[in-house]
Write a new protein. Structure first.
Length: 403
């Protein structure tokens, strides 16, 4: 439990930090992209206004110590004739590449735009007799953005690693009081359960001796009440001990070859008279020779808990169904009964000491049965889930088949 709590704490911290860093980095990225695009447009406006045959290099300043020179060229167009009049490109004159660039640019009918195929940004200006076009290479913009984002990603990854270490340490520190309280509670439950077993055994022994003695009617009823309640207390103590052992990660399951078909059939036969007394039918359909690796006694207890739960809380006069089948590489055991459980109660059914409202019928248990069944399922690397709808409630237990 504590380990899951720490993992959840670290996961939430890292998700929040990652989301914040992502927002910051994306904001910086789009701001830098817009800034570089604005600088690129400024360069276009500068070069379209000058007519210098020396083709000077023109740079944009990203910061105080860094200048980036962007390749550019200008073209004058008279009708169907075009001349390269300036820039840093020297091999575009009378080429098919220049013709393709100009065709794409002129076909857009825009004063400012982009020639995507050649990664060029352009600006057009008409001087009456001819039209002047300025082009700047966008690949430099993209390279600068990639370089900056690479640096930011490296910084972000380093920051996430440092924050992960800090979150792990913080989760360990923050959960120490919870872990201490949990251990104390677990130790108390274990000690109390062990201490209660001896006096309960004495009470039961004396109650059985009284029951065997000739007593008057009223004292006999008192002795019977003592024995009945002591048995209920012993059941509660045993269930608490089972959960205490599961919490302490004590390996109490003895794994071996188990025929889940035979275990389920034994439980079904044992609960047939119980269902009959409750005025319900117990129907079962079991696939033969379903073998698993597990603890036979614990698996029988799991099936018994599910059957007992279905018989107790099912609709009066309804039929309780037990099925066992193979599903690919898993054994699937389903116990169903008529009647629905409210959707808001389903997530809490496997919590300790949780009992649904009185609408489900008799409430003679302690709210530990399903929690124990879930613990047994997890000990066998399986899963126990509940489904409720269309007038029926189903508990489905799955675990790996024996290989």
């Amino acid at each position: 439990m504590i380990r899951k709590l720490r993992l959840k704490f670290v996961a939430i911290c890292m998700l929040l930090v990652t989301a914040i860093l992502a927002v910051v980095f994306l904001s910086v990225y789009f701001a830098m992209q817009r800034n570089i695009e604005d600088l690129s447009r400024q360069l276009l406006h500068r070069v379209i206004q000058q007519d210098d045959p020396r083709r000077p290099e023109i740079a944009i300043s990203l910061d105080r110590d860094r200048l980036v020179y962007l390749p550019y060229f200008t073209v004058n167009v008279w009708g169907s004739t075009a001349y390269v009049t300036g820039g840093t490109y020297t091999d575009l004159e009378n080429t098919e590449e220049l013709a393709a660039i100009l065709t794409d640019c002129l076909s857009q009918n825009l004063q400012e735009g982009v020639v995507q195929d050649y990664h060029l940004r352009y600006l057009r200006r008409s001087n009456g007799l001819y039209e002047k076009l300025a082009f700047v290479d966008m690949s430099m913009e993209q390279a600068m953005l990639r370089e900056m984002m690479g640096s930011y990603l490296f910084i972000g990854a380093a920051a996430l690693l440092l924050l992960l270490a800090a979150a792990v340490l913080l989760s360990w520190w923050a959960t120490r009081p919870v872990e201490r309280a949990w251990r104390q509670q677990r130790q108390f439950l274990s000690d109390a359960s062990h201490e209660l077993k001896t006096p309960l055994t004495v009470i039961l022994s004396n109650a059985e001796m009284l029951d065997a003695s000739p007593l008057e009617d009223r004292p006999a009823r008192w002795a019977d009440n003592i024995r009945s309640e002591a048995r209920r207390m012993r059941q509660l103590v045993e269930e608490m001990l089972t959960l205490a052992r599961a919490d302490s990660m004590t390996a109490s399951a003895v794994l071996g070859d188990v025929s889940l078909s035979e275990a389920a059939e034994d439980c079904a036969l044992a609960f047939e008279p119980v269902a009959f007394e409750a005025g319900k039918r117990l129907e079962y359909r079991l696939t033969e020779a379903v073998s698993v690796l597990g603890d036979g006694e614990k698996l029988r207890r799991l099936v018994s808990i599910l059957l007992d739960n279905a018989i107790k809380y099912g609709v009066p006069g309804g039929a309780v169904s037990l099925t066992l089948e193979r599903r690919e590489r898993q054994a699937a055991l389903t116990v169903s009964n008529p009647g629905e459980i409210p959707a808001e109660q389903l997530p809490r059914l496997f919590e300790r000491f949780y009992r649904a409202d009185a609408s489900r019928g008799e409430q003679s248990g302690f709210g530990l049965g399903l929690s124990i069944a879930d613990t047994i399922a997890r000990e066998h690397k399986g899963a126990l889930r509940v489904e409720s709808g269309r007038g029926e409630t189903r508990f489905v237990f799955t675990m790996p088949l024996k290989r």
